[in-house]
Design a protein around this ligand. Structure first.
Ligand code: ZN
Length: 406
């Protein structure tokens, strides 16, 4: 059993001053430092001045297999970026071996990420994810819009999925990702979703990332048209947006991006109890625009923040992601938005990924960060934590210290 006494705890939408927590694998109790000192005496560890306990952060969307990218891929527009991915994909994948992926996972841990959703295109990140100290929701990705290739591509997806199911450990969850509405044939989408439903697997998909996707799905035209005609000899989108969403009717899903939705699509997302993953940095770098947070909130849709992969980001750091979002959504009141961002990468992400963490509250897993700031703590702490980086001194996952000294 551990007892940590802090200057402040960021607990489930409030700041508790001079409080501590008692935890084992799960959190047993939260109480004032005074009370804990009386009851537990020398079992207490005093974290000292300007110490803060934070819930571990949850990154619901990352592509680890592309972690070798630094300046190879072209930023500024979705189509130039996609062409650069097609041209450099093999080199980038080859340049990131197990060590590179393990190093990337460790960097996320240093950044306070105690759980993540990894979208895997090839299964090359399986070993590193299975060995990671974090909770991992491992999304095996299905792609393939050509009906002639569908069976073979489904077979490949199934092999990867089965392999991940073979490496199950506590805190590792084999799952399913459907690449996008434009890149997967409906027959194999339905097959994969039926399997996911039968086996209670988590599901994720990209949706409405770029203006090109919107145009291709709506009109079979726009910037995607030459791409599909030249590369895949396709003249028509694999699905309409509404058809695509209808496949997920009975499967609460994490939809990534959703920068260009129509009102009726947001209504379907709300109705299906789905979650939107907001990737502000990736969206900006690929010229895709900004998520309309007000609309998402008006539809009462749960949302969370993710980093996407290093193929469209310079860091896998949710503090950075929240900071960018804080500035991007400038119409929102600052402090309430900061609180919402914190909720998005903790409680919201945990609920969407079906994990028992994301809150500093009794009975939740003890996934915790011991952090320290070099300024006085006050009621605007959720803002200051985004503007002035805290030092993460220790990281606990299920009560076990996986990084640091405290
Ligand atoms: Zn992605």
């Amino acid at each position: 059993m551990h007892i940590l006494l802090a200057d402040a705890i960021l607990a489930n939408d409030t700041i508790l001053r001079d409080h501590g927590i008692v935890f084992h694998k799960t959190i047993l109790e939260i109480a004032s430092n005074e009370d804990l000192r009386l009851r537990y005496r020398d079992q207490c560890i005093e974290l000292g001045n300007n110490s803060i306990l934070l819930p571990g952060l949850i990154n619901p969307h990352v592509h680890l297999e592309f972690s070798a990218n630094r300046s190879t891929l072209t930023y500024g527009g979705f189509m130039p970026w996609l062409s650069s991915v097609m041209a450099n994909r093999d080199d980038l994948i080859n340049d990131c071996n197990d060590d590179c992926i393990a190093h990337t996972i460790d960097t996320m841990l240093s950044n306070g990420i105690t759980a993540f959703g990894a979208v895997s295109s090839y299964g090359y990140d399986l070993d590193a994810c299975a060995k990671a100290p974090q909770k991992v929701v491992y999304f095996n990705e299905l792609i393939g819009s050509d009906p002639k290739m569908a069976d073979a591509l489904y077979g490949n997806f199934q092999e990867r999925l089965f392999a991940s199911q073979g490496s199950a450990r506590e805190g590792f969850y084999p799952s399913v990702a459907i690449h996008s509405p434009y890149s997967v044939h409906r027959v194999i989408i339905k097959k994969a979703l039926a399997y996911a439903k039968e086996h209670h697997l988590r599901v994720s998909a990209h949706f409405m990332e770029s203006p090109a996707e919107r145009q291709w799905l709506d009109e079979n035209g726009g910037d995607f048209k030459p791409f599909f005609e030249n590369f895949l000899k396709q003249h028509q989108a694999a699905n309409t947006a509404q058809e695509f969403l209808s496949y997920f009717d009975e499967t609460p899903t994490l939809f990534t991006h959703v920068v260009h939705p129509k009102e009726e699509e947001l209504a379907l997302i709300q109705k299906g109890k789905h979650t939107i993953i907001h990737c502000p940095i990736s969206n900006r770098l690929l010229g895709n625009g900004a998520l309309d947070l007000e609309k998402i909130q008006a539809h009462n849709i749960r949302w969370t923040c993710g980093t996407d992969g290093l193929s469209s980001n310079y860091a896998l750091d949710l503090f950075e992601e929240m900071k960018i979002a804080l500035f991007m959504h400038h119409g929102h009141d600052l402090l309430p938005l900061a609180y919402e961002l914190w909720r998005s990468v903790t409680a919201n992400a945990a609920e969407a990924l079906n994990l028992n963490c994301g809150k500093i509250a009794a009975d939740y897993d003890a996934d915790l960060l011991v952090a320290r700031v070099d300024y006085p703590i006050n009621e605007q702490l959720p803002i200051h934590l985004l503007l002035q980086p805290c030092k993460i001194e220790s990281v606990y996952i299920q009560g076990k210290k996986v990084k640091g000294n405290n």
